[in-house]
Design a protein around this ligand. Structure first.
Ligand SMILES: [Zn+2]
Ligand SMILES: [Zn+2]
Length: 68
């Protein structure tokens, strides 16, 4: 089984990717979540429900998109 830095699923295409990428190599989906409140960013890998910086609740659909 993968360790804490092992593969995880892209929020866009659900294919396996891994923690040192900023974008999915399969579909280009950003793997970085950005807080809309304070601007803190972290990898989707961590699957946080709340911003680790300011505590604002994070919607997982809000991965930083391309141009959106
Ligand atoms: Zn993908
Ligand atoms: Zn925040």
């Amino acid at each position: 089984m993968p360790g804490k830095s092992g593969p995880f699923r892209c929020p866009g295409c659900k294919k396996a990717t891994w923690g040192d990428l900023k974008h999915c190599p399969h579909c280009g989906q950003s793997l970085v979540i950005e807080c809309s409140s304070c601007g803190a960013a972290w990898r989707y890998l961590y699957d946080y429900k709340f911003c680790p910086s300011c505590g604002t609740k994070v919607e997982m659909g809000k991965a930083v998109g391309k141009g959106a």
